[in-house]
Every structure is written in structure tokens, then in C-alpha cells.
Design a binder for this molecule. Structure first.
Ligand code: SF4
Length: 352
């Protein structure tokens, strides 16, 4: 194992890069595509088992690259079938990803950073602090591992960047991962089935919309007025709410933006705040996801009761908005929205 440490990691390679490297090393032109088929289509990262590649080539390939996916250090299941995986990164940091069964299909919730620098007040990941950005290989390795958990399942997958970290502060790593995830020679997931959730990083948003116009966008909103939002989400002091919403209005969107709203009892869950939210979203094709807060140790907020959630939702519905209440799955294993965090002792304990 240790001799693999200095080799380039195959999961960091785009197909065009691999083609160029293998051509320089004397391999025939089709070998790079064969490798991608084994690694991504068949989810097999063991060159010794690849039957359509000559033994001598397999041996050379095994010596050239590090083929190991990230190790899964721990698995936790809840009673509804949500499964959380804890991954060990090569530098001993740890991140989590979550597999969520939903109406006959699966959602894979991915992390983009180890920790998060944005420090949203209601988020366990933010409370961890920031360690570093994840590489493309570290992101696609989460997808490969979660797919492996699904065995023979070949139905629809939704991928959401809603795990640990702010994806648009790691645009380089996330964009390279998105290429590997969406390209036909890679994981071949339709970009329409991928959602990037952001706290509101406008320049990253503009790059994402330009580079991946079909990828869906979710904005973590959480408060209908700038002052409260800045209190809950310090990033809002830099990227003001009005600027973000003006951006969405100006784009004349063909697809709806999902606005996530974590309901915090007595803070942002009053019917008057729902009316304010509806006014704010006027003119933007929107879907609102209401997420009743999931308590985490050390966070000062409370979860609103069902009556308060329903009253908030009723106001938004009355104003003509599409609203979904997400009573998050995975609370029992601390993998619900806002609960992903890895403790210093390495135990897994996700964001809103
Ligand atoms: S909610 Fe998202 S952006 Fe905010 S601290 Fe948590 S992970 Fe970071």
C-alpha cells in the first residue's frame, strides 16, 4: 500500500488527461477509455481483474497509478434506510457522505470540503471549522462508494452537494468532479439530477451557471431579512441577500431555484416572516424546501413544532409558492441536514 502513496491517483484524472499520459507512456489510444469504463461504469478499481486489457498492460498500469478508492471507515444506518459513510482521506482527515432512499430512488449527499469556513450558526459542520477543500478524486470516490452500497440497483440517482462544506468555495475541485460525474465516459449522471447547494457565493454561482448550465442550484436562504440572515449566516455580510436575489431575477431562469429554509423555533418561523419570504421571492421561479431544524450538540436553536411548521408552509402556499417540508431523514444517525460533522476523535457525527 505505502508504495502507492507517491503515484498519481487515477480518480483525479479527466479522460483527456489520462489519454495524453497513456499515449506518452506508449499505450494504445483506446486504453484510457477502457480504464474509465472499468473505473466508472463498472465501479471496479482493480486493474488485475480487467479482462479486456492485456496482462502486460494491466501490470504496467498497476505500477503507474494509485487505484485505491477512499477507504470507508464506518457505516451507520437508521431505521428508514438512510446510510452514512465515514471516509478516511489520505492525510488522515475524515469526511462523510449520505445515501438517502426516496420514493423508489436514491439521493447521494456529497461533501465538498473537510469542515466549512462559513460558520453558519445552525450548522454542525460550520462549528467544526475549516480544514481544506476536497479534490475531485475525493468527491467522486464518495459517489463510487455510495453506489457500491446499492449493489445491483441501476435506477435514478440524484446527487446533491449538501454535505460538508460550501461547494462554490471549492469551485476547482467541484467543477472537475462534476465533469467526471456527468460525462458519458465517467459516471454518466444527467446534470439535471445534480444539485449544488450554496450559502450564496456569487462569483462561484456565475461560474457554475456558465460551465454547467443544466446543474440545479439551491440557495440556503434561512431568513427573509438581511439583518437576521447576516446573524445566522456570516457570509451574508459579504454577499448580500438582495444581490443574490437580484442575480436570480436578472437571469430569467428556465429552471426553478430551490430555496432552503431551515426553520428555527422563535427565530425565523413566524407567519409574518413567511409573508416577508414570499415577497422576497416574487419574480423568481422558486421551490421552497422547509427544513425543521435538526438539533446538534452545542447549537443553541430549537426545532419548531409541527403546528408552527404547518402555519409557515400555509402562508407560502397561499402566496402561490411551491413548498416541500423536509422532515429530514437520518436524524437518528446524525446525518440529517445540518448535522454532518466529524469529531476530532475521528468519529462521524451534514449541513443545512
Ligand atoms: S450550512 Fe453549509 S455553508 Fe453554512 S456552515 Fe454549514 S456547511 Fe458551511
Amino acid at each position: 500500500m505505502s508504495e502507492q502513496l507517491d503515484k498519481p491517483w487515477i480518480l483525479e484524472k479527466q479522460l483527456d488527461e489520462l489519454k495524453a499520459e497513456l499515449a506518452a507512456a506508449g499505450f494504445r489510444g483506446f486504453v484510457a477509455r477502457q480504464i474509465f469504463q472499468w473505473v466508472y461504469h463498472k465501479n471496479n478499481q482493480e486493474p488485475a481483474s480487467w479482462s479486456n486489457i492485456a496482462k502486460a498492460d494491466r501490470e504496467r498500469l498497476a505500477a503507474l497509478y494509485d487505484w485505491r478508492p477512499l477507504p470507508v471507515l464506518a457505516r451507520q444506518d437508521d431505521e428508514e434506510g438512510t446510510r452514512k459513510l465515514l471516509f478516511g482521506l489520505r492525510d488522515a482527515l475524515k469526511v462523510e457522505a449520505v445515501l438517502i432512499p426516496e420514493k423508489g430512488r436514491y439521493t447521494l449527499c456529497l461533501s465538498s470540503q473537510a469542515g466549512c469556513p462559513l460558520g453558519c450558526a445552525f450548522c454542525a459542520t460550520g462549528a467544526m471549522g475549516f480544514r481544506r477543500n476536497l479534490t475531485a478524486g475525493e468527491i467522486v470516490s464518495q459517489v463510487l462508494a455510495l453506489k457500491r452500497e446499492l449493489g445491483e440497483y441501476s435506477g435514478r440517482l440524484n446527487l446533491v452537494f449538501m454535505g460538508m462544506g460550501e461547494p462554490l468555495l471549492n469551485y476547482g475541485g467541484v467543477a472537475r468532479a462534476l465533469r467526471l460525474i456527468t460525462e458519458p465516459d465517467g459516471l454518466n449522471v444527467s446534470p439535471r439530477h445534480v444539485t449544488v447547494s450554496t450559502a450564496g457565493v456569487l462569483d462561484g454561482l456565475e461560474r457554475l451557471e456558465r460551465d454547467f448550465p443544466q446543474v440545479k442550484i439551491a440557495l440556503s436562504l434561512n431568513a427573509p431579512d438581511p439583518a437576521l440572515r447576516s446573524e445566522l449566516m456570516p457570509v451574508s455580510r459579504r454577499e448580500g441577500l438582495e444581490g443574490l436575489l437580484a442575480h436570480f431575477r436578472a437571469r430569467r431562469l428556465r429552471q426553478r431555484i430551490t430555496f432552503e429554509y431551515v426553520l428555527l423555533a422563535g427565530v425565523n418561523d413566524a407567519p409574518a416572516q413567511a409573508r416577508q419570504l414570499a415577497r422576497l421571492l416574487h419574480g423568481i421561479p422558486s421551490k421552497v424546501n422547509l427544513i425543521p431544524f435538526n438539533p446538534s450538540p452545542g447549537l443553541r436553536f430549537r426545532r419548531p413544532d409541527e403546528a408552527a411548521v404547518e402555519a409557515f408552509r400555509a402562508v407560502l402556499l397561499d402566496k402561490g409558492l411551491t413548498v416541500v417540508t423536509r422532515w429530514s431523514k437520518g436524524r437518528g444517525i446524525r446525518s440529517a441536514c445540518g448535522q454532518l460533522a466529524v469529531r476530532e476523535d475521528g468519529q462521524g457525527e451534514r449541513k443545512q
